[in-house]
Write a protein that binds this ligand. Structure first.
Ligand SMILES: [Fe+2]
Ligand SMILES: [Fe+2]
Length: 168
């Protein structure tokens, strides 16, 4: 996503996920830090929206991608402080997210697979659908952006300041 709020301008996307976004269970994700510089709701929307656009471009099931992408991290603990090791967290949280998601909407088999397999690479569960693979790849990409994006921006600014002082 080019900006945090880009998805709001996309009426078709908003119509697909608005019933989920209204749910307190989804809004609650804003209370959890995800990758140091983002909260879990921002992260979930970014994964959902970018996956949706990719799925649309590839003529895949973008509806399922948008909805399950939004719910892929529907869990409520801080993964950095909970006592799980990283491997356990990677295995557990997709299952917790699926259970929570089923409480607020009905899910197709594809949507369930998208949520369950989004840690493909860290866990051995192989995605059964292209849409699941897309969400898992976009999830990795967003995590990297959310973690390093602000650091990169700070470095860029610092470099510009150094350059400016050299010139003057
Ligand atoms: Fe996750
Ligand atoms: Fe995620």
């Amino acid at each position: 996503m080019k900006s945090k709020n880009e998805w709001r301008q996309d009426g078709e996307y908003v119509a697909l996920v608005s019933d989920l976004l209204e749910q307190p269970a989804v809004q609650k994700l804003a209370n959890y830090t995800q990758h140091h510089h983002s909260n879990r709701l921002q992260h979930s929307i970014a994964v959902s929206y970018d996956s949706y656009r990719l799925a649309k471009r590839l003529n895949l099931d973008y509806q399922a991608t948008a909805r399950a992408g939004l719910l892929h991290d529907l869990f409520y603990y801080d993964w950095r402080t909970t006592k799980f090791d990283l491997g356990t967290h990677a295995f557990i949280h997709p299952r917790v997210a699926l259970r929570n998601a089923e409480k607020i909407t009905s899910l197709s088999n594809k949507e369930k697979d998208i949520i369950l397999k989004h840690m493909f690479g860290a866990t051995v569960a192989v995605p059964r659908y292209w849409e699941s693979l897309i969400v898992s790849l976009v999830d990795d990409y967003e995590a990297e952006q959310e973690f390093f994006g602000p650091v990169r921006a700070r470095l860029r600014k610092r470099r510009e300041r150094v350059k400016a002082t050299r010139i003057s």
